[in-house]
Design a protein around this ligand. Sequence first.
Ligand code: NDP
Length: 450
Amino acid sequence: MTYIHQTITDLKRTSPSQCEFFQAVEEVLESIEPLLESVPRYKKQAIIQRMVEPERQIMFRVPWMDDNGDIQVNKGYRIEFNSALGPYKGGLRFHPSVNASIIKFLGFEQIFKNALTGLPIGGGKGGANFDPKGRSDAEIMRFCQSFMTELYRHIGPTTDVPAGDIGVGAREIGYMFGQYKRITGRYEGVLTGKSLLWGGSLARKEATGYGAVYFAKYMLEARGDSLKGKTCLVSGAGNVATYAIEKLYHLGAIPVSCSDSRGTIYHEKGIDLDLLKDIKEVRRKSLKEYIETHSDAQYISVADYPEDGHAVWRFKADAAFPCATQNELCVSDAKALLENGCTLVTEGANMPSTQEAVDTFIEAKIAFGPGKAANAGGVATSQLEMAQNASMQNWSFEQVDAKLKDIMKHVFNIANDTAAEFGQPGNLVFGANIAGFKRVAEAMIEQGAV
Ligand code: NDP
């Protein structure tokens, strides 16, 4: 058994039943095998054994009262994975599927993503198995206050700075910030993704979606191509998907789809962005409402698509941007995309493609941007929000967007150059894993056995 496989076997034995976490670890460790062979100090220093073990895992109960006066209880998590490069940084996810495996996979990916940005941020992730769907504003507030009543003691502007993720937007960040301030008496940059009225950064809301599209642009430029005129499939209808669609329009592409947990919209002439924002950001409704305004669009409900695959990837397009959730693009979807002429896949979501789907794209040598590189714009702009808070400044939208573009260029270059250096030109999964790992590993060695 190889050194890597022994590590994975040990991990599966000591942290059983965490399949999403194992999937993320296997992908990273298998790519860094050539590096481990060429740099013996990584084994001597037990770097990978230290990296797969979070520095700290906080799990807590979150009791709260619903509108009927009944007490509900959820599970809360904050996984502080690695602080070699800076304070733990990574979002909070509120979704019924949240469990320790999902938060650990996200936290593990976050370490390398944050390293790739070149910024001083460590990796962490958190959340709760709370389902915000159908909850009143008062219930959301009580839940957020209860969640922060425990979380506040573990976070701080120089120790751990959470942000939003699925189910956590400006409203939830506002309620959590208010509770933190009330308990501690401190007004400080302890959360990012804050409202523009009180400490948020311009362009943070747009950053993940915009950043993924910038990353796609740089991938295509390296191949002598551009996004102009390209038909693009986008999944998701939340923060990342909405602003990926917006930036695709800015760059002359035609985004023709979006999806939510209940169904997919395909609109050949291009998604109506204002309507999408109105349905999802303002009214928080199902995408099904889209066809009430556009009878020429198609709506395919998840219930009507029982095959092994996802409706959104079955349309003809030049490019695909999975921006919803993990494992939403499987190997049959990947094959369908390739058969339909797709030559670019950029992951706005975290780990949206299964390992087999990723292998299919790599083998086909299409331009493939893995999430940990392509969606790094969100966390990078969160760090810009921290920098503005710490220096008590506000930068303009254009200043933040220009920095975001530079960071995405840096992330692309470092992943692309590293892939070429290690003999796999164009394989950005490999390049991103090695480049991110090297930066964290070297910092860990310099800081000793901690
Ligand atoms: P949101 O909660 O804003 O949106 C998520 C969207 O995905 C919603 O439209 C949701 O549908 C849809 N969705 C959820 N589950 C499924 C499913 N099983 N099938 C189809 N659609 C589904 O989250 P974000 O946009 O913030 O996050 C999306 C992804 O991007 C996640 O993987 C997240 O970790 C990642 N990410 C986010 C960053 C950020 O800055 N926000 C930064 C980096 C990565 P519905 O509306 O029905 O709930």
